[in-house]
Design a protein around this ligand. Sequence first.
Ligand SMILES: Cc1ncc(COP(=O)(O)O)c(C=O)c1O
Length: 398
Amino acid sequence: MSKSTLKNSPIMNTYKRLPLSIQKGKGTIVWSENGEEYLDFTSGIATCNLGHCPSDIQTALQKQLTELWHTSNLYQIPKQEELAHLLVRNSCFDQVFFCNSGAEANEAAIKLIRSFAKHNGGKQASIVTFQQSFHGRTLATVAATGQEKIKAGFEPMLEGFTHMPYNDNQTLRAIRELSPTAVMLELLQGEGGVIPADSDWIKELFSICKQDGILLVVDEVQTGMGRTGSLFLYEQYGIEPDIMTLAKGLGSGFPIGAMMAKEEVANSFQPGMHGSTFGGNPLACTAGTATLKVLSETDVIRNSVEQSHYLWTELESLKATYSFVKEIRGRGMLIGILIEGDAMKLVNKALHEKLLILSAGANVIRLLPPLTVSKEEVDLFIQKFTKVLQHFKEDQHG
Ligand SMILES: Cc1ncc(COP(=O)(O)O)c(C=O)c1O
């Protein structure tokens, strides 16, 4: 096809974009190209957890920009060591592999699981994942993902994954019987509709994994970095997984991913088995270290818990007013609102009110405010969101 017959944008057609060009951001506010102000309750999909352009991260990056951007993983990278030590100190894991995204972190986890299986008995690895899960868009993570719409058109799928029902006791018995190498899951399914794992179910799953020597892998790409009221969500379940993946909030918007593991599992990787050109470069690790310091040394997570309680109470009273609002669910600042109706219609209405919110599946609204959100901003959100719900109701009833 000649260039003249191609129309529209030179960007490939992989996203259905909303009609808003964002040019600037600070905290919970973004400004459009023509200077209009929007309240952002999406945080770049759980990425800008400290709000837009947080000053501590900005200062650290500005300094690093003048010193060193990139070398390669063929040399020692002190900035990488610093972030790895900090991650290890703040978690139950011993070692880290750095990459650039959530999908890459999960790819690394899948490779580590396969290598672990080879080193421990030599059998082929099998991994249980869950229906409605989301683990990324690369071929291995698409195979891991438990949603047909994500896989469609990309067959044949990578082998070795079995998808089971989430929060289901029959699943626990099936895992015992199958005895896979690993069970990989989100402790709160984000993209699949904001569905938290039942606490007793996770405790039982953890105990089965421990007893039967099955690796427990938590994908905390969306739930990690303070999003759900603790640095990592697994802490709230009182469990110690073998592997954890991170990305999104780790760099406050600067691309970085990480796969962490207990030493006895991490040992299955040897030099040459996995790698990444950009993974853990000085610039990305500077963003990661500065972010983790803010999360672990200031009261930003405590603020998010406080504001989350307040937001939750306000949302419950909206639910009592609007009968098409069926359920408020989630944890901390990862909140789902189940509605009767089309969630995208509500997202579009919110855009008219200069409010940015997300959907998660066909009928769930997802709220991901920054952890730094203030009470006044929650009030502003409720004011705007009430208007959105009212318009939605009027539309539905003519
Ligand atoms: C739980 C989970 N895992 C993995 C990913 C993929 O992350 P990325 O888009 O950075 O590859 C996402 C993205 O939404 C996610 O929510």
